[in-house]
Design a protein around this ligand. Sequence first.
Ligand SMILES: Nc1ncnc2c1ncn2[C@@H]1O[C@H](COP(=O)(O)OP(=O)(O)OP(=O)(O)O)[C@@H](O)[C@H]1O
Length: 235
Amino acid sequence: MILEVDALRSGYGRIPILAGVTLGVEDGEFLGILGHNGMGKTTLMNTLMGHLPATGGTIRFDGQDITGMPAHKRALAGLGLVPQGRQIFPDLSVHENLRMGMAGSTQEDPALLDEILELFPRLQRLLDRRGGALSGGEQQLLALARCLCARPKLMLLDEPTEGIQPSILEEIVDTLKTLRTRGLSLVLVEQNLDFIAALSGRVLIIQKGAITGELMPQDLKNPETVSEFVGMTTA
Ligand SMILES: Nc1ncnc2c1ncn2[C@@H]1O[C@H](COP(=O)(O)OP(=O)(O)OP(=O)(O)O)[C@@H](O)[C@H]1O
């Protein structure tokens, strides 16, 4: 198992948000976590990455206990986060943003850059453009590509579909499927049912900071199941 999370707790100041999350991700698995606004998805991602301290429980990644490890060491160990809202550098070019993703290594690796641009042909044509001048979907592609520049074993992906047009969503699904064939593991938190169903092998439900159920991706096509488990109504 590449990730084992046991009874994980965290929050903001004295406000508890994660109330004991337990989950596991197999090597090469794509795990979806579905929940609507405010249920703790981003808090979970930030606690796994080490941007928020755990107040209880343990996180084991790739054979070691990383619960108290700082974020940059988790990144070196092979954990990558694509944050909600992308958080690319708006004043740097696409090329410079990608180089920032390689910051853990001492110099630019041209072979790695070529490998990544092959996965994201749209970015190839935009290399000199400022990050801030890209569309929302292009920024999401850049955020994904930048994360891959650190060669993560497990990628944490926080609501990538927010504000993105359908054609780019399809591109993102295809690219992630290619990465799955190359052995990447993924934890995807989302509220977009189609996107999470297209990529996940299993889907956990998060409600009020706890995992409350597990569905198979095909279950998400059934509006009754979704409203029963997630409290969401499908459009
Ligand atoms: N910096 C913060 N300080 C205090 N409370 C916060 C902070 N960030 C988030 N929260 C609260 O924590 C809870 C969980 O938020 P979180 O962002 O993890 O949810 P989410 O499932 O990712 O939702 P969304 O889709 O809206 O991002 C919410 O009640 C939110 O108001």
